[in-house]
Design a binder for this molecule. Sequence first.
Ligand code: ADP
Ligand code: ZN
Ligand code: MG
Length: 617
Amino acid sequence: METKERKPGNGGPGKNPMKMFLYYYVIIMIITFIINAMGFSSLFKTQVQLVTYNEFKEQVYAGNVTTVSKENENTLIFIANDEEGKPGVYKTGIWVWPDEELNVELQKQGVIFAAEIPTEPNPVANFILSWVMPILMFVIIGTVMSKIIGKRMGGNAMTFGKSNAKIYAENETGKTFADVAGEEEAKEALKEIVDFLHNPQKYADIGATLPKGALLVGPPGTGKTLLAKAVAGEAHVPFFSISGSEFVEMFVGMGAAKVRDLFKQANEKAPCIVFIDEIDTIGKKRDGAGGMGGNDEREQTLNQLLTEMDGFDGRKGVVILAATNRPESLDKALLRPGRFDRRIPVELPDMKGREAILRVHGAKVKLSDNVDFNAVARAASGACGAELANIVNEAALRAVRMGRSVVLQEDLEESVEVVIAGYQRKDAAVSEKERKIVAYHEIGHAMVAACQNHSAPVHKITIIPRTSGALGYTMQVEEGERVLMSREEALNKIATFTGGRAAEDLIFHSITTGASNDIEQATKLARAMVTRYGMSSRFGMVALETVTNQYLGGDTSLACSPETAKEIDDEVIATVKEQYEKAKDILAKNEEKLHELAAYLLEKETITGQEFMNILG
Ligand code: ADP
Ligand code: ZN
Ligand code: MG
């Protein structure tokens, strides 16, 4: 029911995997440059000093020169002893040659006329410089790189295929079943496994074998990972935990080797628990179409996992837990009996569950006495455990911000909205005209909802902008838990979605982009009614679409002919149109109240459902 403003997309810069290599390249370049600049290599060379011809002559007459050689027609190289008698190599240009006078002097001094005076680096140094150093450098860089890559891939790349599954000793996770709330069925199922590991004899006596593997499935944030950690905390047996993504390795075959190693370790430590989080990363359906190398690697890893699961003895007491939020994408082979044959659903919590989760997390913060978790749980309908944990934390943060030492009910209620719609944006630049449109839009939603029989009561209406981009929203809160939705309720919901736009059109005779989110939701619901809920008389109870990922957004794929697809579109369009007309009708009949309520909302910015109903009468 929110009025959305359009925001420019923010395409953040993605991380480039090549970046790392680039860094190393640059570092090597810099080191090479420094070495050259420091004249490091000259250490190995004979130092040659340039001197004038006069100086050369002086040195000869002083009797310091021991050896002379002609480098070419115009250059002489000579060795002369300095004051301390240490020989040095010098070079000079020839002025006049043959210089008879000098020639005589040289012979008089007994100077050696050498064929050559080497000024190049000596052969050993030369060899070290041009052969040993580069190779050494490569070796060092290679070692460093492989260490870093190894670390990134979660292991040492040199020790191929060593699994680094973390072994949690008992209780080390610090979580117990008491930390998990609202997932009673899942907890029951896992308790049985823990019990089996504690006294396998009890089960062996009666001849029962426990399933080798159990798969936790459910939407993100419902506590699957938390449950596994709680099992570790309760089990008092070794607990191996690894995430599916850690199997995906750089080199083909390493993932499989990791699986092998993991199960080898587990077999040695039995009884124990192996937990594979996010198993969908390796357990995806094998489609046979190879193509990319990564695919091959994944398949090998999966095959290895299947082999290992078949290979070990269930009675030995190795239990494999896995978690995923896309069970439909898992390879069928993983789900057949003898592998992950037990499926433990970890669904979104119901109202009671939400309350229980709030209590678990509420126990960690200082609460005022007036806190009513039931009311918060009702307002946070559809929230998962992670969101509820976040709500409690946001409330505590808000309390601190407000300079209080305890969390009040209002903190919790505000933080529900923060988690749903983002923070308030009091400084948002919204013109007076826009505020007015938003006020009518939101009252439009609320009035359409209130004037129909099967709608959830309006809880709150606000036109304070939020960081999510919403310029205002109407919050409806169901009185009890709803599981089923009737056709009337669904239609009324669509009418309520269209109520915002209907009010804009009715009052301002112009429409805005503010309804984009409403349109999306209305369309989605109308479509589901036709294609999945069998609620249109035109098609009846025919499944025209199937849900492809139940827990992640619920994408659907068409399961009908193109002709039918067109008919579906027509039906959806007609349904939404009809409800829009209905909404407009309701608002037109109560136009006075609409004006009154909108003016009140404009003045107050936020009004409660009670205030709203009082004015509506
Ligand atoms: P999943 O693995 O299903 O995506 P997590 O187990 O990682 O979800 O949950 C994230 C966090 O949310 C947990 O650490 C916990 O704080 C909170 N949480 C989720 N579900 C529950 C629950 N049922 N009870 C208590 N806390 C929960
Ligand atoms: Zn709206
Ligand atoms: Mg998880």
